[in-house]
Design a protein around this ligand. Structure first.
Ligand code: UTP
Length: 296
């Protein structure tokens, strides 16, 4: 079986939930503690063995492309000042020439369409898709857990987690037949069902390992929920065609940084996980909570 070495990062969405910030700043470079969202996704992919990084971008995302360029002037200054730790940090986050490829999605026609835009760069091999909005804190990177599982299952794997039943209408939901440890056998997948039509409360989140067959389905997938070409619909078509699609219950905590509340929660959790910030930040949080409780 061909190893998964290519990853697609669809970043062409409009990020309307973060307006007005996203009028001029791509959502993916909004800052979580001290690094942009996209850096977390890149680090996770690299730690999982990914060597080819494919970005699907759109108009207005040039700041995102610049973020991965070298910064010779800054490096010279840090060098002259002997700031070696900051230089190491810069080097650890920069990308080598040729590691990243960009393709454009001319119109925001949905996640499925964004993935299809990368077809020529993906070729005929299994590939990963990471949505940088979903930031996952875990001891083993989520994508690495999935690639390990993929060596056992082959086929297509979607990351899945249980969500409250009243939230089914905001996720793709799995129709489960059997659970074997972390691997879930499924017979269907529905995009954003109302709670009464939801086959389970196991939701798909933004990590996928997909086969080229999904690209084939995407070419004929019509607009679905929200008048967008949905990746879920192409995966559902592959479930029907081959049944070769699995859910994967990953170990870790996922933060929905595509929403304001989720981004704030991630900021608190990732801030507290930094030893150099812990004392001051936890004192601040405790005092703010105590003041709030006293006022109620
Ligand atoms: P979202 O559904 O979160 O949409 O996309 P969005 O535009 O980023 O944000 P809101 O809802 O307007 O606030 C999920 C992922 O799919 C990408 C987004 O960039 C994000 O990573 N996407 C979505 C595309 O690349 N192209 C699209 O046409 C739609």
């Amino acid at each position: 079986m061909k190893k998964v070495t290519k990853a697609v990062f669809p970043v062409a969405g409009m990020g309307t939930r973060f307006l007005p910030a996203t009028k001029s700043i791509p959502k993916e470079i909004l800052n979580l503690v001290d690094r942009p969202l996209i850096q977390y996704a890149i680090d996770e992919a690299r730690d999982a063995g990914i060597t080819d990084f494919i970005f699907v971008t759109s108009r207005g995302k040039s700041a995102l492309e610049d973020y991965f360029d070298g910064s010779p002037h800054l490096e010279q200054t840090l060098n002259a000042k002997g700031k070696w730790d900051l230089l190491d940090l810069l080097h650890s986050t920069s990308m080598d020439s040729g590691e990243i490829a960009y393709v454009r999605q001319r119109e925001a026609r949905g996640l499925g369409h964004a993935v299809l835009c990368a077809k020529r760069l993906i070729g005929n091999e299994p590939f990963a898709v990471l949505l940088p909005d979903d930031v996952i804190a875990s001891s083993t990177p989520c994508l690495k857990q999935m690639i390990d599982a993929h060596e056992e299952t082959g086929g297509n794997i979607v990351a899945a987690m249980e969500i409250p039943w009243d939230k089914t209408s905001t996720y793709g939901i799995l129709d489960v037949t059997k659970t074997r440890g972390s691997i879930v056998n499924i017979k269907g997948m529905v995009e954003k069902p109302a709670v009464d039509n939801a086959p389970s409360n196991l939701a798909v989140i933004g990590r996928y390992i997909l086969t080229p067959q999904i690209l084939m389905h995407l070419e004929t997938t019509e607009e679905g929920a929200g008048s967008e070409i949905q990746l879920t619909d192409a995966i559902a078509a592959e479930i029907k065609a081959s049944g070769n699609v699995y859910g994967f219950r990953f170990e870790g905590e996922r933060f929905d940084c595509g929403s304001k509340a989720g981004f704030l929660q991630a900021t608190v959790a990732f801030g507290l996980s930094r030893p150099e910030l812990y004392d001051e930040f936890s004192r601040f949080l405790s005092s703010i909570v105590a003041t709030k409780v006293a006022a109620e």
